[in-house]
Design a protein around this ligand. Structure first.
Ligand code: NI
Length: 258
């Protein structure tokens, strides 16, 4: 069994874990999981993520408002609340933030304003950003370029190999989910091939995106080893090397001491 795995993106604050959250979390160290980052999607879920980080030694939190959840965004007030939350122990990033043009619930202009406000906050606080980009590659890249001091990760990366290389040049990280294990994952595989090993991280995006052979079921960090194995295969290294490298990359990126 692989050990020392870092699941850099899992939503244990999500309601899908309400029936058995403690049970799922307490089983993770026995499944080789060493660290987990739980990113918030709105203020309530960010508070929950911070609370979980307080209760579980291997869980760290990120705080942020997701583009799908930015409908109630209040300029000023919400940034203040995020700033206060970011000061809590074990908050290691601002996220998840970004643009989602697949779901049409929130106008693009609002999503962009909310993304910029939070990226500015990340820069101000010296924290990395966790970026969600769905069908918004061009606008995400434009906004990222407006903040040359910002550092972050494009999580569940869905862009091209060219875009991945561009992000690497800007000093950003790329993170992959179970999508790498899917049959139709050609684009993600090409992107993973294009990114140097020291810029890669792995994540489950639990409870979503379960890797093969669990596709369609509720995901959890215990499956992150399957993503690690697939990434290792793509990079031509052993799963152990991939686990070590992605753990080290994640620790550095989130400033979590070994
Ligand atoms: Ni997510």
């Amino acid at each position: 069994m692989l050990t020392g795995l870092f699941d850099t993106h899992a939503h244990y604050d999500a309601r899908q874990f309400d029936p058995d959250r403690d049970q799922v979390l307490s089983a993770l160290p026995g499944q080789g999981v060493e660290l987990v980052v739980d990113p918030g999607c709105d203020l309530a879920s960010s508070r929950k993520a911070v609370e979980l980080a307080g209760r579980w030694p291997f869980v760290y939190a990120a705080v942020g408002v997701h583009p799908e959840d930015c409908g109630d965004w209040k300029d000023g007030e919400d940034v203040e609340e995020l700033r206060a939350l970011a000061a809590r122990p074990k908050v290691v990033a601002i996220g998840e933030i970004g643009l989602d043009y697949y779901w049409k619930d929130n106008p693009r202009e609002l999503q962009q304003r909310v993304f910029r406000s939070q990226l500015a906050l990340a820069v101000e606080l010296g924290l990395p950003a966790i970026v969600h980009d769905r069908e918004a590659h061009g606008d995400c890249m434009d906004i990222v370029r407006e903040f040359p001091q910002a550092r972050g990760v494009f999580h569940c990366f869905s862009g091209s190999a060219e875009m991945a290389k561009e992000l690497v040049k800007l000093g950003w990280m790329i993170s992959f989910t179970g999508v790498l294990t899917y049959k139709n994952a050609r684009k993600a595989v090409e992107a993973a091939q294009a990114v140097p090993l020291d810029r890669l991280m792995i994540e489950t995006d639990s409870p979503y995106m379960a890797p093969v052979p669990h596709r369609g079921k509720r995901n959890h960090s215990g499956y992150v080893g399957l993503i690690c194995e697939r990434l290792a295969q793509i990079k031509g290294i052993t799963p152990e090397e991939c686990s070590r490298a992605t753990l080290e990359n994640g620790r550095k990126f989130f400033h979590i001491q070994g």
